[in-house]
Design a protein around this ligand. Structure first.
Ligand SMILES: Nc1ncnc2c1ncn2[C@@H]1O[C@H](COP(=O)(O)OP(=O)(O)OP(=O)(O)O)[C@@H](O)[C@H]1O
Ligand SMILES: [Mg+2]
Length: 417
């Protein structure tokens, strides 16, 4: 409700700083474009393995979304977003994504099926692309299996393209002795860097235009403050800009100024302590509070704003909810809590994109997707043949569907929502 009010206040048609990697909001910075060009080139030229690393929130998953849009009609694509998988589970996930149905999950049969696909496609030249996001989480033996998969090809033509996307530690991990063979095969290695200062300013304008622009205006000092705090990392820019918008809205101000940004940064450090890269945001907080107090001599104003914003934040689903999902996902991705009597079980999607299926099994058709941080009420639950739990939910379009326990975090609320 509050979120709607603030969009109305600024005449916006959409939330400009949502945290989902949405291709519609893709801002083609020089870095992002160069990496996309390299990956397109790697696939076109059949380079085999490519690797892209980058700090959290720099836009790796966003790039993958664009890449998939480019290739989805011309290639078979398997996108693995939860890569903490054994070799067998990994193979199963790949085959499932490229629509190969097998009666069993016997590893030899899966490899045989995969080889058959490669042979079939060798006539037409259609690529098979395996994309692994968050690849720093792939166990070593699964990485080794990936290398063996790429060995299946005997022809000169390398139809199988593998893209590993992950945080900077992935590069180090691949330097280990036992992964040397894989590392040597990676022909394209790139690091995604944050936006520059002028790109940060363009990025903010760009997202505002995409969201209908309305009457929003971040003044130059506000943008400078966003850059110096976010260091050009898009996710941080979004979080800070979104909260600064909220602060300006609450104070009835159509122009977002430095003090709104400073307030946003202060509030950010209070509520998002768990991701390491946000820690630096906390260092300046004391100083900032002091500066705000001295410059405006208005502690009262700040306190008023603080309580108003925290109330406003409560029902907001954007930054905070998505962050909640993200933080919880740093664990196993499926932490179950006991739900007490009289409480309604809810789930939060804890991976970037989760499949919603027709029935409580991986064999059933995917009918929709849900983004990280989406919250649903659990209507029913069942276990499948291999003991994996599935939750029945109602999607935003009103259809009932099922989601696997592996991609959610379970919680509860009292009474009805
Ligand atoms: N080039 C871009 N254009 C528009 N938005 C972007 C761009 N890059 C990143 N973003 C935004 O920044 C946020 C983080 O991006 P994304 O999820 O792609 O980062 P990531 O590198 O995959 O992060 P992580 O390492 O945590 O998975 C998202 O809200 C996304 O929309
Ligand atoms: Mg990502």
């Amino acid at each position: 409700m509050i979120a709607m009010d603030y969009l109305k206040f600024f005449n916006l048609t959409d939330d400009p700083f949502r945290l989902t990697p949405d291709p519609l909001y893709y801002y083609p910075s020089q870095e992002h474009n160069e990496i996309l060009t390299s990956l397109n080139y790697a696939i076109e030229q059949k380079e085999g393995f490519s690797l892209v690393v980058g700090e959290p929130g720099t836009g790796k998953t966003t790039i993958l979304r664009i890449l998939i849009d480019n290739w989805k009609d011309k290639a078979e694509i398997a996108l693995i977003m939860t890569p903490r998988l054994s070799p067998e589970e990994f193979l199963q996930a790949v085959l499932e994504d490229i629509n190969v149905k097998l009666p069993s999950v016997n590893k030899n049969e899966m490899i045989k099926a995969f080889r058959d696909i490669l042979i079939r496609h060798s006539e037409t030249g259609r690529r098979i692309i395996i994309i692994v996001d968050e690849a720093q989480n792939v166990p070593d033996e699964t990485l080794e299996e990936l290398r063996l998969l790429s060995n299946l090809e005997t022809e000169k033509e390398k139809l199988l393209q593998i893209i590993l996307m992950g945080q900077s530690e992935l590069r180090k991990k691949l330097q280990a002795d036992h992964l040397k063979q894989l590392n040597q095969r990676i022909t394209i290695k790139a690091t995604l860097k944050p936006l520059t200062k002028s790109e940060t300013s363009d990025y903010i304008n760009f997202r505002l235009i995409k969201a209908g622009r309305g009457s929003v205006n971040f003044d130059d000092d506000a943008k400078k403050a966003i850059y110096s705090m976010s260091k050009g990392i898009p996710r941080l820019i979004n979080i800070i800009a979104s909260r600064a918008l909220m602060a300006a809205f609450i104070s009835g101000n159509g122009v977002i100024k430095k003090n709104h940004v400073q307030y946003a940064i202060d509030h950010l450090a209070d509520t998002t302590p768990s991701r390491g890269y946000l820690k630096f945001a906390g260092y300046g907080v004391l100083g900032i509070i002091l500066i705000v107090a001295i410059v405006f001599g208005a502690f009262k104003y700040v306190n008023h704003l603080r309580s108003a914003v925290s109330q406003a934040n409560a029902p907001r689903t954007s930054a905070q909810a998505i962050y909640a999902g993200k933080d919880q996902n740093t664990g196993t991705g499926s932490v179950s809590r006991t739900v007490q009597d009289g409480q309604q079980k809810i789930l939060t999607v804890s991976v970037e994109i989760a499949n919603l299926r027709k029935g409580p099994s991986i064999e059933t058709e995917k009918i929709a997707w849900a983004n990280r941080g989406s919250v649903f009420r659990v209507i029913d639950e069942k276990k499948d043949d291999i003991g994996r739990r599935w939750y029945k939910i109602r999607n935003v379009d009103g259809n009932e569907c099922w989601i696997s326990e592996r991609v959610v975090v379970i919680g509860s609320i009292t009474g009805k929502r």
